[in-house]
Design a binder for this molecule. Sequence first.
Ligand code: SAH
Length: 353
Amino acid sequence: METGQRADIKSMDREELQEFVERLGEKKYRAKQIYEWLHKKQASSFDEMTNLPKSLIAKLKEACVLTVLKSETVQVSKEDGTKKYLFVLSDGNVIESVWMKYKHGNSVCISSQAGCRMGCRFCASAIGGLVRNLTTAEMLDQIYRIGRETGERVSNVVVMGTGEPLDNYENLLRFLRVLTDEDGLHISQRNITVSTCGIVPKMRMLADENFQITLALSLHAPTQEKRSMLMPVAGTYGLEEVMEACRYYFFRTGRRVTFEYSLSSGVNDSDEDAKQLILLLRGIDAKCHVNLIPINPVRERDFKQPKRQSVLQFQKKLQEGGINATIRREMGQDIDGACGQLRRKYTAGTGEP
Ligand code: SAH
């Protein structure tokens, strides 16, 4: 929470901020005012906090850093209006976030880490490994800046950008608490999805946190053998225990689990794969939903998208087997904004291309 001498005020949840303000020798109600400036009105400087006395503003400036992301570039998709934002962090690292407009509301897809250490074979974000975890403030501010820039209400948040959110667990939890707080942006828990490659102990911890958020598991293969070829994390947490953790999540929260399955031609898209997937999902005895994503091309990798016909065929097989399956409409592919296409284009530390 403390960055060097100065505290990272936007990363504090409500209670932490209250304690902090009291430690500064201020009254409790000031904490509520500051919290609202930070999270409801999304102030980008202490000077905007006009109902605070000048002396308190001076104190805050001295004691705290206020994280405000700088948007370096915005790319707009010609196909669907999706926008990809490149943000520069205070240490020069660069992250990406995506804004998508759907009929049912506006979504922001945020990054949870700079880089990622999970190494999924088909994913551009894995190239170059993990740089560092994002702070709670850096996760929140991706949404705040985009909301302010577009001037539109953000109704859905998906933690599916660069990084493995459950590998940054404490900051993720604080992020979820602040984002859903009624004195903040107040996003409905049901409109938040956290996607994981399957870090079993953290999935179980999340199930016990009493949130109503959606958990998405990146499954991508119906057997342990195939999955471990695509996702190194499967070597640590096998398919059986991952599925058991999904079942646990469903039973603790009552929330349907989403399974993401990126279809790659000749890799995981055969009728036999569909058959095995049906058996696997029937076996967990929990309400679930499969999101089929035709794999997005990544320059360094040679995974190929199946023909539209085989994607439809795969979906049909699942549905015939009683499994609810939809095909994800991929947004922003022309700007590399789609799943697995976010990457570190910049060199960490310098902010230079
Ligand atoms: N680390 C988390 C969230 C980030 S990835 C996770 O693994 O779930 C978001 C989703 O995009 C995951 O389901 C991931 O497996 C998928 N993905 C990665 N690369 C992809 C690609 N090239 N094409 C389609 N989906 C991809």
